[in-house]
Design a protein around this ligand. Structure first.
Ligand code: SAM
Length: 291
């Protein structure tokens, strides 16, 4: 087997060979711990039939671990300076395709149909650039890609929000959006010491497995998410005040909103963070008939 990229010594050797300097603005913190990388790949449960999508391969530390277990790996890298390095470090593997592109601008549907023809199991596995974690996850979910799910490393604080349950301080519109599409579970926390350079936050690995169907019945998804966002607009305010102040036309409809809350068994004095996804679904299904 080839020597692992993700050791402190090999990583430094590669960085020195190419005179590579990290760009903080691109969230460049490279992993130098092979055990952690192997665990990340274990959590993704890949087989030799799986197509793996990686975002931000860096110098290829995770990419090579994926290439050893998946059928094929497609990785999006925004930083052109990394392309010759990846060509060198990943040269022993014949099943990797690097795409030089900002993943937020990529047509991932097209990439999947072109690169993973005939493959039915597709997983996203990545150590995400922390400055764009949430937009990347939301794009992957709302694009409704034919993927099984994702196993991604991100800031622990964001992982806590994605997997949060009602009634906790981390629970918010992001928790609901992610848990509407997936079953979310934090599977590992990771200390900052296993990266170079060390980030100034702790990290966690979250596993998001796409649901076959949403867990609640929602009549109008766009309106459901609008109600959820409005309910959390000011966390200290009651659900009634938030809906009145933040739904279009809310102020003129205060009485109707209050009546719908009571009819759906939600005390108007509660705060958004105490409502379950079922309650938000019932509320938005009822509200859309009166607003
Ligand atoms: N996978 C490597 C590892 O674990 O060592 C590097 C991870 S590093 C946290 C994030 C990587 O994402 C960097 O290589 C960075 O250049 C790349 N990146 C940042 N923004 C990106 C974007 N919008 N699209 C694609 N890649 C991006």
């Amino acid at each position: 087997m080839n020597k692992d990229i993700a050791t402190p010594g090999r990583t430094r050797e590669i960085l020195e060979k190419y005179g590579f300097s990290f760009k903080k603005s691109l969230g460049q913190n490279f992993l130098i711990d092979t055990n952690i990388l192997r665990k990340i790949v274990d959590f993704a449960e890949l087989s030799d039939e799986t197509g793996a999508i990686e975002i931000g391969p860096g110098i290829g530390a995770l990419t090579e671990q994926l290439a050893r277990r998946a059928k094929k790996v497609v990785a999006f890298e925004i930083d052109q300076r990394l392309l010759p390095i990846l060509e060198d470090t990943l040269s022993p593997y014949g099943n990797i395709r690097i795409i030089h592109q900002d993943v937020l601008k990529a047509d991932i549907h097209r990439v999947i149909s072109e690169e993973f023809t005939g493959m039915t199991d597709i997983m996203v596995v990545a150590n995400l650039p922390y400055y764009v974690t949430t937009p990347i996850i939301m794009k992957l979910l709302t694009d409704r890609l034919p993927i099984r799910g994702m196993v991604v490393m991100l800031q622990k604080e964001v992982a806590d929000r994605l997997a949060a349950k009602p009634g906790t301080k981390d629970y918010g519109s992001l928790s609901i959006a992610v848990q509407y599409y997936t079953e979310a579970e934090t599977v590992m926390t990771v200390p900052r010491t296993v990266f170079i350079p060390q980030p100034n936050v702790d990290s966690a690995v979250i596993r998001l497995i796409k649901r076959k169907q949403p867990p609640v019945k929602v009549e109008d998804e766009a309106f459901f998410f609008q109600v959820v966002r409005a309910s959390f607009a000011q966390r200290r305010k009651t659900i009634l005040n938030n809906l009145v102040n933040n739904l279009p036309n809310g102020k003129a409809m205060k009485e109707q909103i209050e009546r719908v809350l009571t009819e759906t068994d939600i005390d108007p004095r509660r705060r958004g963070e105490t409502l379950t996804m079922e309650e938000f679904a019932a509320l938005s299904n009822a509200l859309r008939h009166v607003l």
